[in-house]
Design a protein around this ligand. Structure first.
Ligand code: SF4
Length: 389
């Protein structure tokens, strides 16, 4: 088994929709970001927190392991807080069973019954009553990831069934998946019967996985392009956004027609232009990278961006100003830390105990969102009322 399967469960949403993507991506360089490394460290902290909660781990062993993690340059105290939330949720779930469930963190699962050569790692597997539960921790704070209809979680569950069914047999009748994303305060779950899950695996996954493994099928651009390695260079994605046909509704008015777009046209165009902006951003990012690597993008060059002056020795500069007779109050502002910074530094439980009652959450500014957005529609009256109270 190689370290990376061609069809990874985390990219399943993409290859289930665009089957030729994995083979195309394999021809392009892989990049690893600091965010990915930070995520790996945060997962190790979660694993340690879960082991402390569910195994007979000696305090000395826990402290040694924690010290090692804290020595990582990407360490942040917030990881301890979010891992605590994750472990608490696991404990709550474990307590919901009459008998103590089987709980184990970091379980490698083999998904090759459905997806060629695929494997994955479940952050936590719990088996209680007639249920198998997979919990996944997400450290990202870009977009909330929902467990509902999530193919990555379902594939993990299929792998976990393969591993545990020989031991538990038909006792396992249901599977549940949970995604904890504490930094976005996002927690979601889904439950399916084992029968529905395996039917999904056989009918939805197997045929598409076979196509994807062979690099066959049609390129199908969509929101899943976002994390595709080919997102900037992909011709199919470019085709969608460069097709003039896509904007035909906004062509110049015909004789006698209105020169202004209707609200209905604007609604449609907003949807179509959304993908266009994301695609354009991927092109810019790719082109800048290529130019910095010494490549040529005809018609474009890399330039120095806006630069802000900075002290070479701030302490010395400020002392010089003060010793010249300028009042210290002119030089320094006494600015309190933000609510979020203080919460991060003090820790959520103590912060909430001390000042939880002194926090209000005013309504956010109105923002435009597609109708499918889960948030309720903005109500000016409700916002006025919230402000008044
Ligand atoms: S960019 Fe989109 S359409 Fe192109 S290969 Fe990737 S997922 Fe498929």
């Amino acid at each position: 088994m190689s370290a990376h399967a061609l069809l990874s469960p985390s990219a399943a949403h993409r290859w289930l929709n665009c089957t030729p993507a994995p083979r195309l991506e394999a021809t392009l360089p892989e990049s690893t970001s600091e965010y990915a490394e930070e995520g790996r460290l945060a997962h190790s902290v979660c694993e340690l927190a879960a082991r402390k909660k569910f195994t007979l781990m000696k305090p000395s062993a826990y402290n040694t392991a924690l010290k090692k993690l804290k020595a990582d340059p990407l360490w942040s105290d917030e990881m301890l807080t979010t891992a605590g939330v994750y472990a608490e949720h696991l404990a709550e779930r474990a307590m919901s069973y009459q008998n103590t469930p089987y709980v184990t963190p970091e379980v490698k699962v083999d998904i090759s019954d459905y997806v060629p050569e695929a494997f994955g790692t479940c952050d936590c597997v719990m088996i209680g009553g007639d249920e198998l539960i997979i919990t996944d921790y997400k450290h990202g704070k870009g977009v909330p990831v929902s467990a509902e209809g999530n193919p990555q979680m379902r594939l993990y569950a299929l792998g976990a069934l393969r591993k545990y069914r020989p031991l538990y047999g038909d006792t396992i009748r249901r599977v549940s998946f949970y995604i904890d994303q504490p930094r976005l305060d996002s927690y979601s779950g889904e439950t399916m019967t084992v029968e529905d899950l395996t039917t999904w695996g056989e009918s939805e996954v197997k045929p598409k996985a076979a196509l994807a493994y062979a690099g066959e099928g049609s390129y199908a651009p969509g929101e899943w392009c976002r994390f595709c390695r080919a997102k900037a260079q992909c011709r199919a994605r470019a085709g969608v956004h460069t097709a003039l046909e896509d904007f035909k509704d906004a062509q110049p008015p015909t004789a006698g027609g209105s020169p202004l777009l209707t609200d209905a046209e604007i609604g449609g165009l907003l949807h179509r232009a959304e993908g266009l902006i994301k695609w354009y951003d991927s092109l810019r990012e790719y082109a800048l990278g290529a130019l910095l690597d010494g490549g040529v993008i005809p018609g474009w060059k890399a330039v120095e961006g806006r630069s802000v002056r900075q002290w070479t020795d701030q302490d010395k500069a400020l002392e010089t100003i003060i010793s010249a007779g300028i009042d210290r109050a002119v030089v320094y502002d006494l600015v309190p830390k933000t609510l979020a910074q203080l919460e991060k530094m003090i820790g959520a439980p103590q912060f909430s105990e001390l000042v939880g009652g002194l926090i209000a959450k005013p309504p956010g500014k109105p923002a435009l969102a597609p109708e499918s957005d889960k948030r309720p529609a903005y109500s000016g009256a409700a916002a006025d009322f919230a402000e008044a109270t």
